[in-house]
Design a protein around this ligand. Structure first.
Ligand SMILES: *Cc1c(COP(=O)(O)O)cnc(C)c1O
Length: 418
């Protein structure tokens, strides 16, 4: 690690918990200290010590076009000159909502918010308001942001730090959160039996990507669709990662399942703080000012963030071939990991290698991975100028900026690093 990053880290630790503004950035679980970024371009991050890293974190998902895409940056620059925030509606918000609806037809109506956390939290509030029920079902190892009732076996950062549930969440909050096992239909059926007419919704990552990538098994999502419908509960897809990543229409297009509500984040903001939730018109009509479910935001639909999101979606729509290309590139990475005997889960351009020979299908099987072996692999990759997420339980993201040569170079590094 460079001397400038080390000095910044020391200063940061005095003023911010762990020196960072989001826990997994700290590199603690891999026994290292983070580099501090100076700038980014295309598939590369450059740190304050002038080290260059081929980046497979892509800001944890948003960077599907690569960093500082010229069209997006240009649109943002022009938007900035017209003011940063108005707190009043703009034409671009309407354009974005219409474009999202064209890509994801289930979003008949939507609200723009500022983070995936807010989108999931608000979608659940809408589901509760609409059904008049309190309980929700979530899956072990699925992450839906850090709102109180959802920090129960929430994967990702908590798994990395071996924290099953967050402190500071009153038992009463989590009481209404029922836990099921990902890919286990029986575990869901049992909850619907035990809590008949009390369950407002099931929220699920249609491809789990916060316990490492775990695809839904055949029939799992259609089972969730059926059992929610039969019980008057809503199905919420948390597409914060999968949205605009697996296809323009997200996981719901990829798997052909139409949820009642969905949450989007990451790519939809094109690198700015923007997210969305929405779905059925009758459910979204419960949101204030139309209905009694309150949800608001000073910076919701911020004109700069909307501009970045809009331009990103336009680029994706103009280059639909990109999805096949990043899928193929990710497949080559998958093959390199498999050569090394690791378990690899991949859906499109989302993948994870697990340091175990056993299949990973849920939270418990993910936890069997050898995180020490992961830490040494992480360090070896970083030494070779390749930045993968500093945690076993995160996804690897391939972007349109990753060239064939870069993928080749990464495959060589994988062969050496493991
Ligand atoms: C990142 C993420 C969130 C939370 O989004 P933030 O913008 O970090 O609040 C929610 N759900 C999933 C599936 C995510 O990956």
């Amino acid at each position: 690690m460079g001397i400038r990053s080390e000095r910044l880290y020391e200063r940061a630790c005095k003023r911010m918990p762990g020196g960072v503004n989001s826990p997994v950035r700290s590199f603690r679980s891999v026994g290292k200290t983070p580099f501090f970024v100076e700038k980014a371009a295309g598939a590369f991050l450059i740190d304050v010590d002038h080290n260059r890293y081929l980046d497979y974190v892509c800001s944890w998902g948003p960077g599907i076009l690569g960093h500082a895409h010229p069209a997006v940056v240009d649109a943002v620059r022009r938007a900035c000159e017209k003011g940063l925030t108005y707190g009043a509606p703009t034409e671009k918000e309407v354009e974005l909502a219409e474009l999202v609806n064209e890509c994801v037809p289930s979003l008949e109506m939507m609200r723009l918010v500022s983070s995936g956390t807010e989108a999931c939290m608000s979608a659940i509030r809408a589901a509760r308001g609409f059904t008049g029920r309190d309980k929700i079902v979530k899956f072990e190892g699925c992450y839906h942001g850090h709102s109180d009732g959802l920090l129960v076996k929430a994967g990702s950062g908590l798994m990395t730090e071996s924290i099953p549930d967050s402190a500071g969440v009153p038992a009463g909050y989590a009481e209404n959160t029922l836990l099921a096992v990902y890919n286990d239909t029986e575990s869901v059926a049992r909850l619907f039996d035990a809590y008949r007419d009390q369950i407002a919704c099931v929220i699920v990552e249609p491809v789990a990507a916060n316990m490492g990538v775990v695809p839904p098994s055949e029939g799992f999502l259609s089972f969730l669709r059926r059992i929610t419908e039969e019980n008057g509960a809503l199905l919420i897809f948390d597409e914060v990662i999968t949205g605009f990543r697996l296809a323009l229409g997200g996981a719901q297009e990829y798997f052909g399942i139409r949820p009642d509500l969905s949450a989007f984040g990451k790519i939809i903001g094109g690198g700015m703080p923007l997210a969305a939730y929405g779905g059925r018109r009758d459910v979204m009509s419960c949101i204030a000012p139309l209905g009694p479910v309150y949800q608001a935001g000073t910076l919701s639909g911020n004109p700069i963030a909307v501009t970045a999101g809009l331009e990103t979606l336009r680029q994706l729509i103009a280059h639909p071939e990109l999805y096949r290309q990043i899928d193929e590139k990710a497949a080559r990475l998958e093959a390199a990991y498999r050569e090394k005997g690791l378990t690899v889960n991949r859906v499109g351009s989302l993948l994870s290698c697990f340091f175990t020979g056993d299949p990973v299908t849920d939270y418990r099987s993910a936890l069997r991975s050898d995180t020490k072996a992961f830490a040494s692999y992480f360090a070896n990759m970083l030494e070779r100028g390749i930045y993968v997420a500093p945690s076993q339980f995160e996804a690897m993201f391939v972007s349109a900026a990753h060239s064939d040569e870069m993928i080749e170079r990464t495959c060589r590094a994988i062969r050496e690093a493991i």
